[in-house]
Design a protein around this ligand. Sequence first.
Ligand code: AHM
Ligand code: MG
Length: 337
Amino acid sequence: MNVNRTIQTLDEFTIQQLRDFPNATGELSNLLRNIGLAAKRINTEVNKAGLVDILGDAGNINVQGEEVKKLDVYANDQMVRVLQHGISCAGIASEELDDFVAFDDEKSVKSKYVCLFDPLDGSSNIDVNVSIGTIFSVYPRVTPVGTVVTKEDFLQPGIKQVAAGYIVYGSSTMMVYATRRGVNGFTLDPSIGEFTMSHPDIKCPETGKMYSVNHGNFFEYSKPVQQYITACQKKDKTNGGPYTQRYIGSMVSDVHRNLIRGGIFLYPGTTSKPKGKLRLLYESNPFAFIVTVAGGKATNGKIPILDVVPTELHERTPFFVGSIRMMEELETYLQNT
Ligand code: AHM
Ligand code: MG
């Protein structure tokens, strides 16, 4: 055993960041630590999911018209509770809730941040023991500190995010988050129950060998998207094709893998659903921010995702994200749209 091994927990890291930036108030660090706490609680339930009667449908339909699983409800409750009881968040919006929630207690209204999240992404994978995740993003509010937040605080373009991240409940549990200073990954060490720095300063490789897309929808995609996917499968690619296709159906896991190894993830619009499936505020924006900070790129096929001005809390968007060179190649196809 290497006794000299130094470990740095998520808490230690966020505190260290404060020491490095003496003007920081600590509010964002505190918010990130709160999310880490909620993630540990969700992780415990996710791990128990096969054992206890928490699997199965909760019998509700969510605001997207989809079935809600019990674990989704639990994850949502934990995120709301931790952020509401903390002192660093003025309000939240969640993929699972119809409307945003303003925290109107004396402490919360003084917070300068709002948090948006998808508490448990990839929910169709829950009862088949496949990796799922939590996705979050943090914005500075636009309404004055000291007042109760309004919808305006949540309908901001992704470029305004100050932090975004995800937790992947996979073969190990990891929390990855980005601020403008960089992207760092922490793996949950079950022996001490702490997220521990494992992937410092993550950079997305400029190119990769993997593409992730739902092939079942192929004939519903636009011609340029079909042509790009077909090119991914060709041997004569100048940039190392054919690529390997990997699609888990949990965006957190698919994009996490592509972020570490290099790759591209596509969820295009289809003829029946021109805006695709993914939600701009809870899924696309946070990943666009993380991957962009790591050196990659994200678009809706026309403009950078981070520049899209949202008009609704639950709006959907086509989403393309990944390694910079692969994204540039995709864009040469999409220009013909
Ligand atoms: P969810 O929020 O209901 O779990 O849906 C989002 C998920 C993404 O994680 C994943 O990439 C996508 O849905 C898969 O959808 P599809 O089965 O249509 O390919
Ligand atoms: Mg989701």
